[in-house]
Design a protein around this ligand. Sequence first.
Ligand SMILES: [Zn+2]
Length: 251
Amino acid sequence: MTQKVFWQDPYLTQIETSITSADGDHITVERTIFYAFSGGQESDTGMIGGQPVYEARKDGQQIVYTLQPNHALKVGDQVMMYIDWERRYKLMRLHFAAELVLELVYQALGTITKIGAHIAEDKSRIDFAWEENIATLFPVILEKAHSLIHANHPIVSAFSDEANERRYWEIAGFAKVPCGGTHLKITGEVGEITLKRKNVGKGKERIEIYIGLSLTSPPGPLSNTWRGGEKRILKSPLHAMGRGFRGGVNA
Ligand SMILES: [Zn+2]
């Protein structure tokens, strides 16, 4: 099993780990901060042991990373792993914006069925089986979402079933929702959201979600080096390597 440090601390941008298997261009590591596509949230991008990662995918409770074929890493090697934090933080913010919108849609319509969701770097989207124009809900959803966002509620993320890696997020007094993605610590990090409706076929409605700048910096050690907006000290894995192996921003 790959130890998934992105759940313990979704704000870590680099970590030391070791190679636990190497089979051609596929490797596994002892512990990871590098999220693999799951639950609609796209994979991270980044590097392991100086090698760019081409693909990250879940295989049971393992995560398998694809590197270039001549990577030369072998079992037992101690390596540094980096993720592109700018991308990950956008994914986390768009993911939680989608969580708020989805929960508010459920609370408003009760019986509506979600038929798909995807979180990319520029927008997230949720698809519903619904016969009516979903945009009629937008004023109410936006008002409630922004009220939650401006209130800076703490977001708790934890296991409901650790052996089977089932997790949830919770905002006290609002909702408790099963999800294995990486979640923000406070609602203010989401920032202002904008919604767009797309009719994607008969009886199907899509909500597209866009975000502006964060209203607040993340709490905790990361905020010591936070510069606001999307900027941070570790702009990209390559940039980080140019600086040498500094301690992580959370170290
Ligand atoms: Zn989630």
